[in-house]
Design a protein around this ligand. Structure first.
Ligand code: 13P
Length: 260
């Protein structure tokens, strides 16, 4: 059973980092760092998106270490089952306790040339198996002043979904230029992009989606990013260090984080 959504999701996208031994070490260190007061069901939900090979370790040991962690996968097959060598299905991920799955991260879009049909298939299969897809959208170039690119990235998927599937989709605004750089998007830019995304989805689909932000979020800038009406954050590099990840979690908890 999925738990009720928290007002703010703090998600760690580990990308192709952390084998299962390193995952184990991360969890052990996080369990030492996390105060007892933050281990209950608070306003901020912490979710780990490790590589596939570390999911089972994260599933078993987050319980052993009494860590309040949800699990997510970084990708999923657009197919339900069958002759798709090398692919991982949504039902396999659900069996491992995954509640979330990333769909269309800019690195997957770039490296695997994902088509619209594949993105739609990934979302549909994830929802059918009881998971919430996190659809990543983001403009490639900084400062173009237009949100057409991100609106069309979300619309091209939303338009092929049934209403009950759309309701499950979380959007993550991740400007490509801010990912893995030293620069995060400004609060003003995030606010405008998120307002544009929400406005369009409300108008076209009568839906107000949860929107996260990702792109060089860290311990130093999280304070300036909360309070923008976001549903949470998707953190890359800064989530690989348990001390920094715990500090971000603590900072979001201090003021209830964003609001989904
Ligand atoms: P960084 O936090 O390393 O910029 O990565 C962000 C990201 O890709 C989240 O999905």
């Amino acid at each position: 059973m999925s738990r009720a959504p928290s007002p703010c999701l703090l998600a760690a996208n580990w990308k192709m980092n952390m084998d299962y031994l390193q995952t184990l070490d991360f969890l052990r260190r996080l369990s030492i760092l996390l105060p007892e007061s933050l281990r209950g069901k608070g306003p901020v939900e912490m979710a780990l998106f490790p590589p596939f090979t570390s999911l089972r370790t994260a599933q078993v040991f987050s319980n052993s270490y009494r860590l309040p962690l949800s699990l997510g996968a970084q990708d999923v097959s657009p197919h339900a089952s069958g002759s798709f060598t090398g692919e991982i299905s949504a039902s396999m991920l659900r069996t491992l306790g995954c509640e979330y799955v990333l769909v269309g991260h800019s690195e997957s879009r770039r490296n695997h040339h994902e088509t619209r049909e594949e993105l739609v298939g990934k979302v549909k299969n994830s929802v059918a198996c009881g998971m919430r897809p996190i659809l990543c959208v983001g403009e490639k170039e900084k400062g173009r002043g237009s949100w057409e690119e991100i609106i069309s990235q979300s619309e091209e998927v939303f338009s092929d979904l049934e209403p009950f599937e759309r309701e499950k989709v979380i959007i993550s605004y991740e400007p490509v230029w801010a990912i893995g750089s030293s620069e995060t998007a400004s609060p003003e830019c995030i606010f405008k992009a998120v307002s544009a995304l929400k406005g369009e989805t409300e108008e076209k689909f009568n839906l107000s989606p949860t929107v996260l932000y990702g792109g060089s979020v860290n311990e130093g800038n999280i304070g300036s990013l909360k309070g923008l009406g976001l549903g949470g954050f998707l953190v890359g590099r800064a989530s690989l260090d348990p001390a920094e990840f715990a500090a971000i979690f603590q900072c979001l908890n201090e003021e209830e984080g964003g609001k989904r």
